[in-house]
Design a protein around this ligand. Structure first.
Ligand code: HEM
Length: 416
């Protein structure tokens, strides 16, 4: 049996917080190994980096989610016992619900809502001296997500509800006040959405049968029962919250357009294939999800290394997207690299790898891609704007991260 390299530190929890996104990548480079072992909150943990590690990690026969996601992340980002924590038949049944709303027709409707919201927002921005893009785009996304799912949202509610979704996401790498803000935001959002589910079930709120809210409200689990009010709320939030989270990527897309103006020129020329590559490159290059966790089901061996039952295993999402063996000059922003991409489900994993239905790969990946394409189209062809001097740096030791200024634009004018 081969020996898994062990990190020198007695416990790496503080190093993870201190180093942030590149924590696993840094060590896999210094140990020259795609596998090494650390202790995380006292628990022995195996870290995997790279395509082969990702392929192993996505094998549900060897791994399960039960016990892999810390309670502090469930009580802020995801909700307790939501789809992310389920395994096997229970997971499959729940995942079918999520994937059933990701059809081309359904996504097309969402894009219509979003396009209307882009036009509305651009008009508003023309009346403002300066616009901080990140929070504005999140509000736009929240309006569209609620309209699409069938959740009523009065205009005065847009800002506070969006803030709550933002705080849930912002809590995932935070301790202290950020964690508590995320928890309070989640409990406000859950009571709001529980009320909506109750109204749909009581027929006090009429929503179309094809709508996401209707499907979640009337979804039956493997046992044939409706989800509890709480669980239905958690899963509906698991659709609306991540749509607002695409605001992080849209802000990074705006940053890329600013820092790599040659990409903007090509997008303005209407190159559709390039638009797809650009959106992929934004998701590869800019950091969002750092790592994922799984638990070993039963003892097994891989490449001569022992994986003991119950061991926590982390997959390096950030670093696998920047793996030098897979990506030529990974530190450069070059959308054209996707021309030659092999389409592997394991070397480009910003939203997880493997299979959508049988695995945990992000249910909203296609939605994210379409939303980003639309956003980039509006940023390049639907408006003009200036980018004044500001702090555009994004710290890698903060998870999630964002350009410090939130990306300020001014002199916004609609075009076309
Ligand atoms: C799962 C990232 C947007 C719904 C995941 C996972 C990641 C991820 C890394 C875990 C994959 C795994 O465990 O293997 C992202 C990023 C997004 C995004 C970076 C863009 C900002 C969305 C959207 C939706 C969504 C728009 C829904 C509308 C979900 C759900 C899961 C998930 C339901 C759990 C899937 C499961 O456990 O089977 N996402 N996501 N995400 N995502 Fe996303």
């Amino acid at each position: 049996m081969k020996h898994i390299p062990r990190d020198k530190s007695l416990d790496s929890t503080l190093d993870v917080l201190r180093e942030g996104f590149p924590f696993i990548l840094n060590r896999s480079r210094s140990y020259q190994s795609d596998i090494f072992q650390i202790r995380l909150l006292g628990m022995k943990t195996i870290c995997l980096h790279g395509q082969d590690g990702a392929a192993l990690f996505c094998d549900n026969e060897q791994f399960m989610r039960t016990g892999a996601i810390p309670r502090r992340i469930q009580t802020t980002l995801m909700g307790l016992h939501g789809i992310q924590t389920l395994d096997d038949g229970k997971h499959r049944r729940r995942k079918e619900l999520f994937m059933s709303v990701m059809t081309p027709d359904s996504l097309h409707k969402l894009m219509e809502f979003m396009a209307a919201d882009w036009r509305y927002s651009i008009k508003q921005w023309t009346m403002q001296e300066q616009v901080v893009l990140f929070p504005e785009v999140q509000e736009l996304l929240c309006r569209a997500a609620c309209a699409w799912t069938g959740v009523p949202l009065a205009e005065e509610e847009v800002a506070p509800r969006t803030r709550d979704f933002r705080r849930m996401v912002d809590a995932f790498g935070g301790v202290g006040p950020r964690h508590w803000r995320g928890k309070r935001a989640r409990s406000r959002a859950e009571s709001w959405i529980k009320g909506i589910i109750r109204q749909i079930r009581n027929k006090e709120l009429q929503v179309p049968e094809a709508s996401v809210a209707y499907r979640v409200a009337w979804h039956r689990d493997v046992d044939g029962k409706l989800l509890s009010l709480q669980m239905a709320a958690i899963e509906l939030i698991n659709i609306i919250r991540p749509i607002t989270a695409i605001g992080w990527y849209i802000t990074f897309a705006a940053l890329a357009l600013h820092e790599y103006p040659e990409t903007k020129a090509r997008l303005q020329a209407g190159d559709e294939e390039y638009l797809g590559w650009f959106v992929h490159e934004v998701r590869r290059f800019y950091p969002f999800a750092p790592f994922l966790g799984n638990i070993v089901r039963e003892d097994f061996e891989w490449k001569g290394y022992k994986f003991p039952k119950g061991r926590l295993v982390l997959l390096d999402v950030y670093g696998t997207n920047r793996d030098k063996g897979q990506w030529h000059q990974p530190g450069q922003f070059r959308p054209e690299r996707f021309r030659a991409w092999d389409g592997s489900a394991f070397n480009f994993i910003p939203q997880g790898g493997g299979d959508y239905l049988t695995g945990h790969r992000c249910a909203g990946e296609w939605l994210t891609i379409e939303t980003l394409k639309l956003a980039v189209t509006y940023l390049t062809k639907g408006m003009t704007y200036d980018v004044p001097p500001q702090n555009l740096g994004f710290p890698l030791d903060r998870m999630p991260t964002l350009p410090r200024s939130g990306f300020i634009i001014e002199n916004v004018r609609p075009t076309g």
